[in-house]
Design a protein around this ligand. Structure first.
Ligand code: PRP
Ligand code: URA
Length: 209
């Protein structure tokens, strides 16, 4: 069974409270999504393996540590996942970015794929799939299946808000994928929106409503 980590760091929780507010502007919403992604990235990469190296300082030799092991890719689920990319890239400037384009059919709530582009060496990388909202879990589960089909062995999912239904679907479909969220909300409404959530993340990031 996968692990579900809820990040209760005060900075993340404070920013999330502003993000949820219906009166928050598009500009501020966008900035907050990016900042929360940056802080979550810091926490979600805590288990990256390190190797010891020696560095010559102006004063002598220092034993230091640098990241070892497999390289990473960040994989946003379009559109809303795009809002999290900048924050991740600011923490990991050399990370490669793959894109999965999915939208939820408004009637069936099933994910429909319209774009898929990964770095050529994706099979040699671990992936962090990012999408602010984990609602029914249909989009995240489908995106992660596509990423695994491309050869990725180790995947993490990072969402800002998760619903119990989405977590359950992910744990059923991908028990090997750890889930990182800033909040686990109560439930979904009849239209598949997270309650209390923050509304439509894509629309609020891109100002399309
Ligand atoms: C939203 C959100 C997730 C999905 C979550 O995307 O960004 O991708 O819904 O819902 P699910 O867990 O029930 O699949 P949406 O389909 O609205 O597309 P958009 O990002 O292009 O706005
Ligand atoms: N997608 C969103 O953007 N918000 C939700 O609450 C559910 C799905």
């Amino acid at each position: 069974m996968s692990k579900v980590c809820v990040f209760d760091h005060p900075l993340i929780q404070h920013k999330l409270s502003i993000l949820r507010d219906k009166n928050t502007s598009v500009k501020e919403f966008r900035e907050l999504v990016s900042e929360i992604a940056m802080l979550m990235c810091y926490e979600a990469t805590r288990d990256l393996p390190l190797e010891e190296i020696e560095v010559e300082t102006p004063m002598g030799i220092a034993k230091c540590h640098r990241i070892a092991g497999k390289k990473l890719a960040v994989v946003p689920i379009l559109r809303a996942g795009l809002g999290m990319v900048d924050g991740m890239v600011s923490m990991m400037p050399n990370v490669k970015v793959g894109h999965v384009g999915l939208y939820r059919d408004p009637e069936t709530l099933q994910p429909v794929k319209y774009y898929f582009k990964m770095p050529p060496d994706i099979a040699e990388r671990d992936a962090i799939v990012v999408d602010p909202m984990l609602a029914t879990g249909g989009s995240a589960s489908a995106a992660i299946s596509f990423v695994k089909e491309a050869g990725v062995k180790r995947v993490k999912l990072m969402s800002i808000i998760g619903a119990p239904e989405g977590v359950a679907k992910m744990q059923h479909d991908h028990p090997d994928v750890d889930i990182y969220v800033a909040a686990l909300d109560e439930r979904l409404n009849n239209d598949g929106y997270i309650v209390p959530g923050l509304g439509d993340a894509g629309d609020r990031i891109f100002g399309t409503k």
